[in-house]
Design a protein around this ligand. Structure first.
Ligand SMILES: [Cu+2]
Length: 129
């Protein structure tokens, strides 16, 4: 029994798969997360994230076929976080990303004019120390 327990601990330390965060970029120009009335993403600084996105077409989209975007901005000055400027095609897609190293409040904004309600497509993003 002792041996088995030690083995299990060893395995859990050795493999730390990226946490999966599932969001929907919906046809009504809103981000949605299952179980949350107001979608919000919380991560740890420097954490590896697997972002799984299901995108549904709104009333308009980009010429390259992108139907919604996801750009991470620092809340204090609205500057973009490098590596977090994504574009979505219809359907489900995954992105492996590294959370910002600086804890604080961020905001996700859509970068595709996806409908007349596009300006309302944003959500809070918190980075914990
Ligand atoms: Cu959008």
């Amino acid at each position: 029994m002792v041996t088995v327990a030690a083995l299990l601990v060893g395995l859990s330390l050795a493999s730390t798969p990226a946490r999966v965060i599932e969001i929907t970029a919906d046809s009504d120009s809103r981000y949605k997360i299952a179980g949350m009335r107001t979608p919000e993403i919380t991560v740890k600084a420097g954490e590896e994230i697997r972002l799984r996105v299901t995108a549904r077409k709104g009333k308009s989209w980009n010429r390259d076929g992108s139907i919604h975007g996801f750009s991470l901005l620092r809340a204090k000055d609205r500057t973009k976080v490098e590596g977090w400027d994504l574009l979505f095609k219809p359907g489900t897609q995954e992105f492996v990303l590294v959370a910002p190293s600086e804890p604080g409040e961020y905001v996700v904004v859509c970068t595709v004019i996806c409908s007349e309600d596009h300006e309302g497509m944003h959500m809070k993003f918190i980075v914990l120390p």
